[in-house]
Design a protein around this ligand. Sequence first.
Ligand code: AMP
Length: 561
Amino acid sequence: MTDERATDGGDATFEDLGLRPELLKALTALGYEEPTPIQQEAIPPLAEGRDLLGQAATGTGKTAAFSLPVLQRLAAHRTDRAPVALVLVPTRELAVQVSEALHRYGRDLGARVLPVYGGAPIVRQLRSLESGVDVVVATPGRALDLLNRGALHLGGIATVVLDEADEMLDMGFAEDLEAILDATPEQRQTVLFSATMPRRLDALARRHLADPVRITIAKEQAAAGEAPRVRQTAYVVPRGAKPAALGRILDVEAPTAAIVFCRTREEVDSLTETLNGRGYRAEALHGGMSQEQRDRVMGRLRGGTADLLVATDVAARGLDIEQLTHVVNYDVPSAPESYVHRIGRVGRAGREGVAITLAEPREHRMLKTIERVAGAPITVEKVPTVADLRARRLDLTRGALRESLLTDDLDRFRVVVETLADEFDLMEVALAAVKLAHEAAGPVDDDEEIPQVSFRPERDGGRAPAGRGGDRKPPARGRSAGGPATRLFVGVGRDAGIRPGDLVGAITGETGLTGRDVGSIEIHQRFALVEVPESAADEVVQALRATMIKGRKAQVRRDRA
Ligand code: AMP
């Protein structure tokens, strides 16, 4: 065993970052073993109150990177009622996710966290604000609406976080963001995270950030050296389908020995259980185990009585396993360096290794970055279907029979075949023998449907509907379901300074739709017409009625024409 700590990047612990005991306790309970690179870099300056400009995608651990310092600083700024931190996010989905994270990390601090977004009844949000909150997580449209109603008080804000800022600009929220920032105290801390840094964002940062710490995750090149021969594949899998998908993939890949990397101890334990249930001999390895337990696990893997090791990065540090054929990233690693380091464990000594990554639909960008740093293509493949699996299992049986034909002394079975041949055709005898061999190889009864999904359509930093004049052309039909579209009438138009981006922004910010779901937009003098998927039309009408567009209430209904 060698100690490979040095090549893993910094190895500060959460304690080293100076976090409060309540937060450390929450992180331990969640099974986080060590901070991700962005957390290591961002938490200390943020906890000191510095402004920060961070380039990081989903999957890097950025949510905790800004949430933990916000919670750390809570006590110093807390008031009875008005919020002390405001997190702005592009979508409702993200508002819920970020609030949940803040809530989990801040439980022992009694942090009161409120998500506000369009499409949800505003009355309840008004009531919650009234009764007092510490952190508000909001989409810009709804935040501005609440601000204009006098329900959201920003005078006590100590920290503003703009999360996925490039997406917010893409969605036409630039002016809303300016208005919201202008309503917060000048001496506040401002934190901006974005996956890309388009020029418009730079301008925003220059105006609103004071002497920011700059952090870019995933720029460094992988250490030069002999590149291992590794076949790299990724599968796009929704979170809930991951255990089943991994089981299927492992069945098809049939590794001799594999390490499956997970983010947390909980994930390690539950996945180990799932894989054992599927007939694998899987062993868990994480930082909560004693040295003796770890030694025992390693012994079983080396001795061949276990074929899968499910581990966290920390626990697997320094392990060198000779017979390893596959490395699996159960989640996209939080930094490219960690990916490179993990897959460096296979493909040694001229043998080909396999690296498999399960990515969620949102994690496209992180995977691209990893591909760039790793310096070799990662092929995205479809999760094997039930039919693929059956075909593969037959293949394995054929291989096993062939090997037996070539190497085994089969003479003592001759008498069985000869007696049966009196009664049956030789082909039939062979078929029955194959069936028995096949079934003995593994009773996998897997007919679960695993949804075939692809990466969420990417917003590149340059696409900016808000800045464009004129009407948007209908996109090459967005709604992936390809369903029919419905035209909505919105009672604000050129008179009110409405541009297509304002409508796209309002719709995507207040509903679960993305920019690509929005069809053609016509802006007239007094009104606008916008196409949305029929299946979401009622939701959009409700949401737009409940929000402000460019600071105005608008009449919204299905277009009668
Ligand atoms: P994010 O990039 O913020 O979307 O986070 C990606 C995922 O990583 C989330 O599921 C987090 O719960 C998880 N995560 C964040 N930080 C850590 C950590 N230090 N250790 C383990 N998991 C983490």
